[in-house]
Design a protein around this ligand. Structure first.
Ligand code: FES
Length: 367
């Protein structure tokens, strides 16, 4: 049953918990089943995530979770790490078979479209829960590209056990010949010694990271996939570029904001923002128009105040749920961690980070 919305807009569906299994001391694996009439909405690409919504005493909380099983499977598998005191994760981690969850349709562009004729080496670096979308992508590519191989370096420094360890090992067992696995915490099958991040800051840490990453480069037609906490992803990404890897060959997804980079961005002088004007939001089924009120902040907040059904989750530039395309006018976008530079060049913005620069602005719900 669709609870609300149209494509690219606010929409939540009821999903049934069909399995709940303890993963580590802190994490639980949930399998969720959409109702058969909603199956169309859960067709997805590997690496995508969804937003879970929970209402507590009339207050709404939203969190984004990556789907870790391949898109060929009907169920949606999530790994939920319970954050003590959290509004959503402890509740999710405590659900039992038969309980219901409200979730959005899958979204996100940290994905690879397989090509059965391709022969490529994919090298993935996952930090903590960042392994979830990587696992989905790796499983799908190994199924759909018989000539390709995958190397996964999993820095599982979680403090509460290695998340999704059994699922990662099961993929390794199924694809022994084409899946190389390095988990520094328990040793790897390719001789890796120590994580690629290694902890710490400064020049010494940077050099350590560069030398470790260097072991995984082979100078061919690789695609690098990096996913995890913001500081780790930012560090690995910049180290890969320092080692001469082309930015086109690195895909990354942040699970939290990379703090030092964010601080730098804040110092950048913003473009001259408007204090009035109109915003038009073009959804699939109708348009919404509102007068911009700077006191409300971002374009997202203005549209939500006007009742427009815009998707969102984190409001911190990380999840990408509020992605939209500017079709008329201009915006000043503060941060864009969830967007690839090519998306930005094509006019995509994050509405939670954007402010009008022109009096008239039209944004379109974005895939
Ligand atoms: S709501 Fe998450 S990026 Fe805007």
């Amino acid at each position: 049953m669709s609870l609300s919305g149209g494509i690219g807009e606010e929409r939540f569906f009821s999903l049934r918990v069909v399995s709940a299994v303890q993963d580590t001391d802190l994490s639980v694996i949930l399998e969720l089943a959409p109702q058969s009439s909603d199956a169309w909405a859960f067709r997805r690409r590997p690496g995508q995530h969804l937003t879970v919504r929970r209402l507590v005493d009339g207050r709404e909380f939203r969190r984004s979770y990556a789907i870790f099983n391949p898109p060929t499977e009907r169920m949606l598998a999530l790994c939920v790490k319970a954050t003590p005191g959290g509004a959503v994760s402890p509740w999710l981690a405590g659900l039992r078979v038969g309980d219901m969850v409200e979730a959005s349709a899958p979204y996100g562009n940290f994905t690879v479209v397989p090509d059965a004729t391709r022969r490529r080496h994919y090298i993935a670096f996952a930090g903590g829960v960042g392994v979830a979308p990587i696992l989905s992508i790796a499983a799908h590519l190994l199924d759909a590209e018989p000539e390709s191989r995958v190397t996964l370096v999993y820095d599982a420094d979680d403090g509460g056990g290695i998340m999704l360890l059994e699922a990662v090992k099961a993929l390794k067992d199924r694809r022994l010949e084409r899946f190389a696995l390095h988990i520094p915490a328990i040793g790897g099958d390719g001789g890796a010694d120590g994580g690629v991040d290694g902890g710490g800051e400064g020049e010494e840490h940077r050099i350590r990271r560069l030398s470790r990453l260097h072991d995984f480069l082979s100078g061919g037609d690789e695609l690098y996939l990096v996913c995890g906490p913001g500081p780790v992803v930012a560090g690995i990404r910049s180290a890969l570029l320092d080692l001469g890897v082309s930015s086109d060959a690195v895909m990354s997804e942040f699970f939290s904001a990379p703090a030092p980079a964010a601080a730098k961005e804040k110092r950048r002088s913003p473009r001259s923002r408007r204090s009035s004007g109109n915003i038009v939001y073009v959804g699939q089924e109708r348009r919404w128009t509102c007068a911009y009120d700077p006191a409300r902040g971002s374009i997202l907040n203005n549209l939500l105040s006007a009742g427009a059904p815009v998707s969102f989750s984190c409001k911190t530039a990380v999840c990408g749920a509020c992605r939209a395309r500017v079709t008329a006018g201009e915006v000043d976008m503060r941060r864009s961690y969830a967007l690839h530079p090519a998306d930005v060049a094509s006019g995509y913005v994050l509405l939670c980070q954007s402010f009008p620069v022109t009096d008239e602005l039209v944004v379109e719900a974005g895939e």
